[in-house]
Design a protein around this ligand. Structure first.
Ligand code: IMP
Length: 193
C-alpha cells in the first residue's frame, strides 16, 4: 500500500483523511505516527504558499510523499480578508459571536455580502516539486448567525443556491459541497489515476 504523510495536527482532519484514503488503498501517516513535533512557520501570503511550506517540510524531513492543506474564508466587505489569517482573526475577538456580529455589521454597512471559502492542498513528491489542488465554495454572509453544526465561520456563511448557513447543514451535506472536499477529491483523483 502506498504511504503518504499528511502534515497536520488537527485530530479530526487526520481521522477523516485516514478514513477516506483507506478506501483507495492509500495509507496515511500522521505527524504523531512519525513522532514529528516541530512545524515550520506558516508565513506565506496565500493558502497555496502555506500549504507548500508544510508539504515541503514534511517531505524533506521524512522522505515520504507529503501533503498539507491550508484553508480560510475571504470576505468581500473586508477587502477579501482574513484569508490566511482566518483562524487568528476569529481568535482576536472575545468569542465567536463577537466576531460574527462584526462581520455581519460590516457586510450590511458596505452592502457587500459576497464571500468564499478556499482550501489549497500541496503535495510534495520530490525535492522542490509540488502540485497544488484547490477547492472553493462561493456564497454570501448571512444576516443572522445560524446553526450548530460544523466549526469556524460556518454559522454566517450561506453557500450559493442554498437558503441555510453551512452550520445548518449536516456534515454529510456540507461534505458534498465544501471547498475542502473539492480539493481532497482532486488530490485522490491524481493519486489513483
Ligand atoms: P485550516 O487551515 O483548515 O486549519 O483553517 C483555518 C481557519 O479557517 C479555521 O480555523 C477556520 O476559522 C477557518 N475555516 C477553514 N475551513 C472552514 C470551514 O469549512 N468552515 C468554517 N471555517 C473554516
Amino acid at each position: 500500500m502506498k504511504k503518504l504523510l499528511f502534515f497536520s495536527n488537527n485530530k479530526n482532519k487526520i481521522i477523516e483523511i485516514k478514513k477516506i484514503f483507506k478506501k483507495f488503498n492509500l495509507e496515511i501517516l500522521s505527524l504523531s505516527d512519525l513522532a514529528i513535533s516541530d512545524e515550520p512557520e506558516e508565513n506565506g501570503q496565500t493558502f497555496e504558499e502555506n500549504a507548500k511550506i508544510k508539504s515541503d517540510y514534511g517531505f524533506n524531513k521524512t522522505g515520504f510523499p507529503c501533503f498539507a492543506d491550508d484553508s480560510g474564508i475571504c470576505i468581500e466587505s473586508l477587502h477579501w480578508k482574513p484569508g490566511v489569517l482566518s483562524k487568528r482573526f476569529l481568535n482576536n475577538f472575545k468569542n465567536n459571536s463577537a466576531c460574527f456580529e462584526n462581520i455581519i455589521k460590516n457586510a450590511k454597512k458596505n452592502s457587500k455580502r459576497n464571500a468564499y471559502f478556499k482550501t489549497s492542498i500541496s503535495l510534495t513528491i520530490k525535492n522542490n516539486q509540488n502540485i497544488i489542488f484547490n477547492g472553493t465554495i462561493d456564497g454570501t454572509i448571512s444576516k443572522q448567525v445560524k446553526g450548530g453544526f460544523g466549526f469556524g465561520y460556518d454559522p454566517i456563511f450561506i453557500p450559493n443556491n442554498y437558503n441555510k448557513t453551512l452550520a445548518e447543514l449536516s456534515t454529510k451535506e456540507k461534505n458534498e459541497i465544501s471547498h475542502r472536499s473539492i480539493a481532497v477529491t482532486k488530490l485522490i483523483n491524481f493519486l489513483t489515476n
